[in-house]
Structures are given as C-alpha cells and as structure tokens.
Design a protein around this ligand. Structure first.
Ligand code: ADP
Ligand code: MG
Length: 310
C-alpha cells in the first residue's frame, strides 16, 4: 500500500525533540498504527532525494530485532515524515520514571540494554553500512514485550554538522572527543557510537549525565576533550565486568577504543546474552504501570482540589 501523508490521522503526541515532533498516527485505510516523526527541513530537492535513498536502505532494519521497524518516509510541504513502529517509551523517560518510583535500573537490565544496542549498531554497520551518529537514551526505545531497540538511524547525518547541532540544540554531549577536536572530526567511525553508548550507560545507570554539572554546552564540549573520561562510581555496587565495559567504551583515544566485534565478546555482554532469569518484559511493565498509576494519582489530585475550590 502506498502511504500518503493525507491518509494518516493523528491520534496523540508521543514526544518532542530539538528538530520536531513524534506523533502516533493511524493509516485510515489499513488501520495500521505508527509513530510518525515530522522534521522541519528546508533542504533542497537534491538532498531530499539523497536522504530518501538512504532511508530506503533502512527497510532492511526489518530483519533486525534490535532496530525499530521502519515503514517508510515521505516529504510533505518541506517537512520530512518518518514512519516507524510505535514503542512504549524511550530510555531517557524510562530512567526518570524509575527515579520517580524510587527504583533503580538494575545491572541485568542495563546489560540487556547494552547488548541490544551493540547488536543493533553492529547489524547496521555490517548489513547496511550505516553508522548511527546519534546514540543517546532518547534514541533507545522499549516496549512491554521486553524489546529494546535503537531508532533514528539514517537521519542525523542529513541534518547538520553534529557539533553545531549539539551546541545549537543545547543537548547534553554524547559525542566523543575526536568529534569535537581532532583530525577525525569529519571521518565518522563506528567507535564514535561506542563512546556515545558508554556515556548513555553511565547516565542511565547513575541517573545523571556525567557532564551535567557544567553549565553551557560549549563548556561541556571542552570538558569532553580536556577531562579524563567519565567512570562509573565505585560505591554503587556494580560488577567489575560492568566497570571494565564502561572504561573500554569510554577510551578517549578512539584508536584504542574497541569496535563491536570486541564488545560482543566482552564477558559483561556474553553473560547478558546467556542470562535468562531476569525478565526484561516484566520489569518494563512494572515500571510503566507504576508511572501510569502515579500519573493518574496526580490527575485525580487535581480533581479533588477543584472540587474543594468549588
Ligand atoms: P530526541 O530523540 O532528540 O529526544 P525525537 O524527535 O527523536 O527527539 O523524539 C522525541 C521523543 O519521542 C523521544 O524522546 C521518544 O520518547 C519519543 N519517540 C520517538 N520515536 C518513538 C516511537 N517510535 N515510539 C514511541 N515514542 C517515540
Ligand atoms: Mg530521537
């Protein structure tokens, strides 16, 4: 079926990012529900064509369980609409839900996340010859079936130079030192994504972004280049394997940083793959249910106040 923008009916907003909005939509004819990311782009026809060609390659993501299913993309009045599978939430929201419900992301869960991301990124590289370039908690999505998948592949390279993007959008820095300052600034390497994964894991494991204490994005980028790489705190009870995995991902010199082949055989991930007692789906459902219940309490609290005021 050829999907056109006018055949889609908006159901609700799923989230907002620096470049646009993600909405849950229904394809009227087939009833298919999808998440549609609308990015405002003033790019010309030539780059639109190139972007579409690259996005078409993302159709292969169907074969990979660790990548969000991609349905297709279209242009409408200068906007790019990217249609993908709907997921329950993203890791940035999920770890905050955990904090709100006074829980922590356990190490088995963190290891499952890392395993999915590494497998997804490795598939992208091996089968699609694609480097992600924007690995961060909000680009790792979860669902109630316990699936953990990466999204927003094949997009970020088309928008703008990523250093400018980070500074302009005021995002926290997930990019490695060599992307900010060095000869490798323009030659993208998979190991940039490995660094971003390391920062992502530290953030969701501890509940704070390791560079969050620095005020301006510009200062943060300077920290990435000048300071020693972030580490996991030693007093949080994490295993030696996890500490080791993080220090490998956050190797400052990218030439010494491992690629996916080495990470996949790291003991922390090998154990995560063999781990069967930890039920990812139940854990995700538990946190989502608690967060939703809390949300309902907040809302009914508002009603009570209204009633009292009347
Ligand atoms: P960013 O990734 O920079 O936060 P995006 O525009 O890519 O910005 O996404 C905004 C939010 O929309 C994300 O944080 C995520 O929570 C949500 N989102 C994105 N894609 C999906 C999806 N396929 N299913 C459910 N929620 C999504
Ligand atoms: Mg995103």
């Amino acid at each position: 079926v050829l999907v056109r923008a006018q055949d889609l009916e908006k159901l609700e907003e799923l989230g907002r990012g620096a470049y646009g909005v993600v909405e849950k939509m229904r394809h009227r004819e087939t009833g298919t529900i999808m998440a549609v990311k609308r990015i405002h782009s003033s790019i010309n026809d030539e780059s639109q064509k190139r972007m579409l060609v690259e996005l078409q390659a993302c159709m292969k993501s169907d074969c990979c369980r660790q990548m969000v299913r991609f349905f297709g993309a279209m242009f409408r009045e200068g906007d790019v609409w990217i249609c993908m599978e709907v997921m329950a939430t993203s890791l940035d929201k999920f770890y905050r839900m955990c904090i709100d419900t006074h829980r922590r992301l356990s190490e088995p869960f963190l290891a499952k996340c890392a395993l999915s991301v590494v497998e997804g990124l490795n598939y992208m590289k091996e089968h699609m010859n694609l480097i992600h370039r924007d690995v961060k908690p909000s680009n790792i999505l979860l669902n109630r079936q316990g699936e953990i998948k990466i999204c927003d592949f094949g997009i970020s390279g088309h928008l703008t130079n990523s250093v400018a993007k980070t500074v302009n959008a005021g995002c926290k820095p997930y990019m490695p030192p060599e992307r900010i300052d060095g000869d490798a600034k323009d030659a993208y390497d998979v190991r940039a994504d490995v660094w971003s994964l390391g920062i992502t894991l530290v953030e969701i494991a501890t509940g704070t972004h390791p560079y969050a204490k620095w005020k301006t994005p510009f200062e943060q980028l300077k920290q990435v280049v000048l300071e020693p790489a972030p580490k996991l705190p030693i007093n949080m009870g994490f295993t030696d394997d996890f500490h080791d995995f993080i220090s490998l991902c956050l190797t400052k010199n990218f030439q010494n940083r491992p690629k996916y082949g080495e990470l996949i055989t790291h003991r922390w991930l090998v154990n995560a793959r063999e781990e069967t007692t930890f039920d990812v789906a139940s854990f995700i459902c538990e946190i989502l249910d608690q967060a939703e219940a809390e949300q309902r309490n907040v809302l009914s609290g508002i009603n009570v106040n209204f009633a009292v005021n009347v």
